[in-house]
Design a protein around this ligand. Structure first.
Ligand SMILES: Cc1cc2nc3c(=O)[nH]c(=O)nc-3n(C[C@H](O)[C@H](O)[C@H](O)COP(=O)(O)OP(=O)(O)OC[C@H]3O[C@@H](n4cnc5c(N)ncnc54)[C@H](O)[C@@H]3O)c2cc1C
Length: 396
């Protein structure tokens, strides 16, 4: 098997690299916000960059041209995602949610008008979606969600509560899962909606994350009236749409490239740092730690490539996405932990300490990596999916 990219793909990678060199704002590099560390300022920079990518056609490069894409191959989409992640471009997690999870779902199930309005808007970089899935009593067991949407004339009236809604306070729209038939079996009475976050009756309470930032929200829907045309796909068939959207979410392309950058920085650090009179890079334990994560991250990268390859073939990754997600989330955590062992106590310091090294990246990574492997379904749930859909093991 030949794992090399074609000459054209390599040239595309160089083009992306050069563009990023020119386009990533200096201020963003100074702020250096990691995942789940956005501030108002970094968010504004990310929104600007989202539009720049949209103008270039690189925000949703694989979308059809009629909806604002360039119809680039999925391999080129992967290359772009890798370069954005490796170069720490100003792309927040919400852009990922909007472009790679919600957009494709609307493209698959939406009406022509929804595609024109929303998919094209997404590709241009004009809008941000948040996800309204989880509820206080519906996380892993999402099918037990209780938020209700009742059809009244030309509208749906929504009542209920969502939680862990990432960046809901900054989003323009919510991709909402709500129950439309309470009497149907649990998986059969759910529908998907697009909800304008400015609609009267929506209120929010911030949830502060482990890095001390406001990234999550509890969202309350109190007699929220939305047009009936904002139903996406078939009424009561939303579970099927949800599962597909979650498969997009778990595809996890880009994480390995982000890890790669950290690993390279760790290698540079051990080459430049002396401990007990010798370069840290000479220590066999350090070398072993690094070799292990380099190999594991390479495996994670290959799993992501498999997903891209499946898209190229018109296949829909299912348990393969879960495999990739479980593996890369665990590699990310192991990379952070290996970094902590290599840096010792220096690795535990925050950016405010003058003794911090690598811009406190390892400590920040240890904290943010907790989220990967929970968001989008915990690794235990992913393993259940692999067992059922991949290995055909019995459900009970
Ligand atoms: C960073 C982050 C961002 C998120 N963003 C969003 C968002 O934008 N929108 C949104 O709707 N939600 C979001 N979530 C919520 C996320 O989808 C849920 O946290 C996740 O599905 C787990 O649900 P829970 O927190 O209710 O945990 P629970 O379901 O209560 O699970 C608790 C523990 O029990 C285990 N468990 C539960 N059931 C089983 C089982 N059947 N077999 C084995 N183990 C099991 C789980 O693995 C977990 O370890 C986010 C979460 C995180 C961490």
């Amino acid at each position: 098997m030949d794992f090399r990219f074609s000459e054209e793909e390599e040239a595309f990678r160089q083009e992306v690299r050069q563009w990023l060199k020119d386009e990533i704002p200096q201020r963003w590099i100074e702020l250096d916000p990691g995942i789940w560390e956005e501030t108002e300022e970094s968010w504004a920079l990310a929104r600007q960059f989202q539009r720049r990518l949209g103008q270039k056609g690189w925000l949703a490069p694989a979308y059809p041209r009629e909806y604002g894409g360039l119809e680039l191959s999925h391999m080129k989409r992967l290359i772009l995602a890798e370069e954005l992640a490796y170069n720490r471009a100003p792309v927040s997690i919400e852009v990922e949610i909007t472009v790679n999870w919600v957009g494709p779902s609307i493209m698959l199930f939406g009406t022509e008008r929804q595609k024109k309005d929303y998919v094209s808007g997404v590709a241009r970089g004009d809008m941000i979606f948040c996800l309204g899935y989880s509820e206080p009593d519906a996380g892993s067991d999402l099918a037990s969600l209780k938020t209700r949407a009742v059809e009244v004339g030309d509208e749906y009236v929504i009542n209920g509560q969502k939680t862990w809604c990432s960046y809901g306070h900054l989003a323009d729209y919510c991709w909402l899962a709500a129950r439309t038939d309470p009497d149907a079996p649990r998986h059969k009475g759910i529908s998907m909606f697009i909800v304008d976050m400015k609609t009267p009756g929506i209120s929010m309470r911030p949830l502060i994350n482990v890095l001390g930032r406001h990234s999550f929200n509890e969202v309350f829907f109190d007699d929220v009236r939305i047009p009936r045309e904002n139903l996406v796909g078939e009424k009561n068939n939303g579970w099927y749409q949800l599962v597909i959207a979650l498969d997009y979410e778990r595809s996890s392309i880009g994480y390995a490239a982000a890890n790669q950058r950290v690993i390279e920085e760790l290698i540079e650090y051990v080459q430049q740092t002396r401990r007990n009179g010798a370069p840290l890079a000479n220590d066999p334990l350090v070398r072993n730690e690094l070799a292990q994560i380099v190999v594991e991250n390479e495996v994670a990268r290959m799993m992501a490539y498999r997903i891209a390859w499946m898209y190229t073939r018109g296949l829909h990754p299912s348990y393969e996405s879960s495999m990739s997600m479980v593996f890369v989330s665990e590699v990310t955590r192991r990379t952070a932990n290996a970094g902590l062992r290599i840096l010792g106590h220096y690795g535990e310091l925050g950016r405010d300490s003058r003794w911090a090294v690598m811009n406190a990246r390892i400590m920040r990574m240890c904290l943010s990596a907790l989220s990967i492997g929970v968001g989008g379904g915990s690794n235990e749930i992913q393993r259940n999916i692999i067992a059922m859909r991949g290995l055909a093991l019995p459900r009970k």
